[in-house]
Ligand binder design. Sequence first.
Ligand code: NAP
Ligand code: G3P
Length: 492
Amino acid sequence: MAKDIFKNLKDKNKIYKNLYDGYWEESKSGKYTEIFSPVDNNIMGKIQSMNKDDIDKAIMNSKDAQLLWQEVPVNRRSDILNRVADILYEKAEELAEMLTMEIAKDRKSSIAEIQRSADYIRFTADAAKSLEGETIPGDSFPGTKKNKISLVTRVPLGVVLAISPFNYPVNLSVSKVAPALMAGNSVVLKPPTQGAISALYLAEVFNMAGLPKGVLNTITGRGSEIGDYSVTHKEVDFINFTGSTEVGRHISSITTMKPLLLELGGKDAAIVLEDADLDITVDNIVSGAYSYSGQRCTAVKRVLVMESVADVLAEKLKDKISKLKVGDPREEGVVITPLINKKSADFVMSLMEDADKKGAKLLVGGKREGNLVYPTLYDNVTLDMRLAWEEPFGPILPIIRIKSIDEAINIANESDYGLQSSVFTKDIDKAFYIASKLEVGTVQINNKPERGPDHFPFLGVKSSGMGIQGIRYSIEAMSRPKAVVFNLNNVE
Ligand code: NAP
Ligand code: G3P
């Protein structure tokens, strides 16, 4: 039985197979990757390191399945997705427990990720029902008569390859899979290696809900080993990728004439003006920068504050950050948890070393125990420091002091990234002026950067991405217009 795949979840020797044509199949490669928990370093099980034959098989099966799926009425697809959402809600506790252990996400955020995913699926299932085409009369264009009418509908693209990152293995899989399916595509899901068990569980939920076989298949293995082969596969019609700018850029460089949607890294700035409500600002900056230990693309990754309020802001930030609970993600109230791996913690420490060497002032943190990096705040960060420009993906925040609004805009825009920015001020004119100048996908006024609510458009510019996500936008991105032109002989 397919659903047995998730029995004995505590069995350390368990091999997590892949969903193929409605069943959990073992790869013939005979190779596995062990998944260790970043929480206690214990092994959680093994996922399969697939080979090229496995990937060919999965993609070809998805291609066949898509031809049948596109014929399934939208209201029926919607029913299946609503069932997926119901099951996810029922299983939220169990799946959240797995997520907590697999990616060291605190318990509250893990549950929130699952529930938000269920809500995402429900909204998508409904939104797709009201997605309409259009009829365009020909005679509005010069020289065209009334006898020409274009009937434009939306059709699926085919096989979507969905690649998700470790920090939201469930939610950022759902945000690709659900709109792709509602648009009539089939999906091959390549989850992050660390996070794969949670994502495979998600795939089983789709399976349990009655998704026809082959409409969702999974492939696992290190991106560095199977990634290039998968993204360049000739039967993949669309790639929906979330991850680092480095990998996104690489994918874009090796794929030709293949449509891509890329959600990449960020260096979101919080710009704080003299008249900002500093308590609201501090609450937003702290939760924006330190939730899930800063491992969010939309985390606040630099503060640009007007000199005149910088001392007060720094003191308030220091006070709140010192109170953040650090430790085991299973414990109540813990915010700062071990980073995903040693490489990440080493990287964050290297940013600190550079900042220390160049004279930044450490206000709090700066300490590490294993992969647990304490929440860290630096003041007087200058533009020659790596911390001013690089995405740490960890619990560390630089304060850069500025003298004018235009200086803030210039520094914000000098970044290679362009995901989101926040502006904290009570002056609506200044807020709009700054928002109009910032080179980002979204500007938040008096709030931290954030992706949700999930029906808003979500996009990055420059090195932060390509294409638009957000429920309706994602359905549109994974479908295309198809025009049938009626040429009426008896009409002038
Ligand atoms: P990553 O290392 O780029 O990995 C992302 C995904 O790509 C994983 O599934 C990975 O597989 C796979 N991959 C690696 N090499 C590949 C290749 N050559 N071809 C195809 N796939 C390949 O990113 P991450 O460390 O998981 O996530 C953190 C990054 O994601 C941060 O930079 C963050 O800002 C960004 N992010 C952006 C958004 C957004 O919406 N803009 C949202 C979340 C995260 P393996 O795990 O097997 O290596
Ligand atoms: O880093 C992933 C991105 O999707 C963040 O979402 O809701 O935490 O802003 P959110």
